[in-house]
Design a protein around this ligand. Structure first.
Ligand code: A3P
Length: 317
């Protein structure tokens, strides 16, 4: 990868040919520095790595796809902007704008069509999203005091959610085949376990830098975890706010029930990679849908791999 691009033009066919390729999904994915990326995102991943300058006040929402990114983005936006936008207000931006437009992805939005987007005019704190693993994030993110909120989700639900997501793009992949690719680690931004573990370990080493959350915990005790998020982000709820129900207002605003029924999330389109409507980001929003999709054999296989990969880490998924 010595001829690796510092410009789109230099990202030659030769560069792509030098990388392992997997064609089982709807679009080919390529393995670059231990992780798999959709081919059309590689230039933006690399530009972001090379160009982005983090500020201490930046906030990053990080996930592996289908872990609840859109939910985490909405919650983060609502927490950070609540002095400006009252969460219970019927003119809150989240009611008319998809969270991906308010907290844009680096690789799938900001750097996708612009090698060096001007981010200097964004208000502080800047809120960004990414699926890129820590080891491949720009150095300035690591060197600055910016914060990362990481959300992970049970792998059994992630693969189910992923498969449905890809069906919406017309991917021909059968569930069995998608499951095998997931187990091999060959999914966009995978391998799943390595991705999760990077952020898990970092959250233990640098708890002020990374907050590690689980989708299942967020669902189970949303109130507690929202307070944790707000504190971590430097926007703790005052006791007056708690008494006034602000925490619950944010949870209600960002709930699956509310978000998935908004017109903008049914028929609207985010300023995204392309042409699809926002409804692709909302399906069931439940824990445990895998029970209706995975065979016993699949469950055992995935649990076995997960146990092995997470062994000794202290993380249980
Ligand atoms: P399901 O396919 O299991 O329903 P991502 O945002 O990372 O692409 O993740 C999408 C998953 O999060 C989908 O899971 C989607 O339904 C769920 N989701 C979307 N909005 C949500 C919300 N407000 N609360 C909980 N889950 C949500």
């Amino acid at each position: 990868t010595h001829f690796m691009a510092d410009s789109y033009i230099q990202m030659s066919d030769e560069f792509y040919k030098s990388l392992p390729k997997e064609e089982g999904w709807s679009k080919p994915i390529y393995k670059y520095k231990r992780y798999w990326y959709p081919g059309n995102y590689l230039p933006s991943v690399i530009s972001f790595q090379q160009q982005f300058q983090a500020e201490d006040t930046d906030i990053f929402v990080v996930t592996i796809p289908k872990s609840g990114t859109v939910w985490l983005k909405a919650l983060t936006y609502a927490i950070v902007n609540r002095a400006r936008y009252t969460p219970s207000s019927n003119s809150h931006p989240l009611l008319t704008t998809n969270a991906h437009s308010l907290v844009p992805f680096m690789e799938a939005q900001l750097y996708l069509h612009n090698k060096n987007p001007d981010l200097s005019k964004l208000e502080s704190p800047r809120l960004f999203g990414t699926h890129i693993p820590y080891s491949s994030l720009p150095e300035s993110i690591k060197d600055s005091k910016c914060r990362i909120v990481y959300l992970c989700r049970n792998p059994k639900d992630v693969i189910v959610s992923f498969w449905y997501f890809l069906q919406k793009f017309g991917a021909k992949v059968e569930f069995d085949q998608a499951f095998e690719l997931f187990c091999k680690g060959a999914l966009p931004f995978g391998p799943y376990w390595e991705h999760v573990l990077e952020f898990w370990k970092l959250s233990l080493e640098l708890p002020q830098k990374v907050l590690f959350l689980k989708y299942e915990d967020m669902k189970e005790d949303s109130n507690l975890h929202l307070k944790k998020m707000a504190e971590f982000l430097g926007y703790p709820f005052s006791s007056q706010e708690v008494d006034e129900g602000v925490v619950d207002d944010i949870l209600k605003l960002c709930s699956f029930q509310n978000m998935s029924t908004l017109e903008v999330n049914k028929s609207g389109r985010a300023d995204f990679d392309g042409k699809f409507a926002n409804d692709i980001f909302f399906r069931k929003g439940k824990v445990g849908d895998w029970r209706d999709h995975l065979t016993q054999e699949m469950v055992e296989k995935l649990e076995e791999i997960t146990k092995e990969k997470l062994d000794g880490s202290g993380l249980m998924l």
